[in-house]
Design a protein around this ligand. Sequence first.
Ligand SMILES: [Zn+2]
Length: 85
Amino acid sequence: MRPVCVLCKREMRANKNGRILELLSPSPEPYQLWSGDEWKCDICGATVIVGYGRAAMFDAHANPEGYAKFHTYEKSQDNVVTIEV
Ligand SMILES: [Zn+2]
């Protein structure tokens, strides 16, 4: 089942696979990087990220070097959405 835009009452379309979500906790400390799929509403342009795996790709506490390297690369591709949790 696809995500639905409540405002437009339409199914969204897949916009980008492998969108990276960065969690900061407590801000501005790096915490985790997750990979999900971005969906978009063609009517209003709203986007959401859903469909994460079962675990974070990188945890800054468990693997700081891997986290930093992956984050730097994905950031250079403008593929990171950062939120505070
Ligand atoms: Zn919409």
